[in-house]
Design a protein. Structure first.
Length: 264
């Protein structure tokens, strides 16, 4: 009998994470949904089981908390998971020195520490099971191009890309495949709580979350080391390989500032 396919998706209650979950369920994967908001997780679980005839479970967890991370990794032993989508992430806008250390550290705990923690747990279990497995770490266009007023966020996403590429090399020759997926502007709730909102016309630079998620899952199955969705995002990364980094940071910062309005 064919073994059931299970995937665990963090940040599953909204945005790309929600659509990663739907896309995998559509392709016949049972899913474990991880996020902080239990009401949304339960709603998505019901939707997925009804729409795609797969199984779904969920874990209410704040990945900034070590005890919640510990609880999530128990699911790698409870279920035969062979796909981890490390999607959970926080954004913060504003001058670095005007942010409290607590706020900056909270972002690092979610964007970096939790991602590393879960990646390690996943790889250990993947190796034990010996089946073809996938690790999709979600970076950002900021993995390639730093942006002013997002110093901590840019730094964490640069880490995700470097970490993922090193992992890909370490896993070379195994049946575990690591992909760093780097979307640019995407329709999601990531700006909520940052004190800014999109200016009029800014939405034209945003990709549909469902499309981004589909490209991300396809990239993992195609065993790509890195993947960037969208022509404009690919073009910007190409520019970053040609122009000096300082120029690209200045251009990126100016563009983003023009797209965002303070909601305070």
């Amino acid at each position: 009998m064919m073994q059931e396919k299970w995937a665990l998706i963090t940040g599953a209650s909204s945005g790309i994470g929600k659509d990663f979950s739907r896309e995998l369920a559509k392709q016949g994967w049972n899913v474990i949904l991880v996020a902080r908001r239990e009401d949304r997780l339960l709603e998505l679980k019901v939707e997925i089981e009804k729409s795609f005839s797969v199984k779904a479970d969920y874990v209410k967890a704040d990945l900034a908390r070590i005890e919640d991370r510990e609880r999530v990794i128990t699911y790698f032993e409870k279920y035969p998971i062979s796909f981890l989508v490390n999607n959970a992430g926080l954004q913060s806008r504003g001058k670095f020195d005007e942010k409290s250390f607590q706020e900056s550290n909270h972002l690092i705990e979610v964007n970096v520490t939790a991602l590393v923690y879960l990646a390690r747990a996943a790889i250990i279990q993947f190796k034990k099971r010996g089946t073809t497995s996938y690790l999709l770490n979600v970076g950002s266009l900021n993995s390639y191009i730093a942006t002013g007023d997002s110093a901590i966020y840019s730094g964490t996403k640069a880490f995700v890309k470097s970490f993922s590429l090193a992992l890909s090399e370490e896993l070379n020759g195994t049946n575990i495949h690591c992909t760093c997926f780097c979307p640019g502007g995407t329709e999601s709730e990531i700006l909520n709580g940052t004190g800014v909102q999109l200016a009029s016309g800014g939405e034209k630079y945003m990709m549909k979350s469902s499309l981004v998620a589909r490209i991300g899952i396809e990239s993992a199955f195609q065993q790509k080391h890195t993947a960037i969705p969208g022509f404009l995002n690919k073009f910007n990364v190409l520019l970053s390989k040609v122009l000096p980094e300082k120029w690209m940071t200045a251009i990126s910062s100016r563009m983003l500032r023009s797209m965002l309005l303070s909601s305070k």
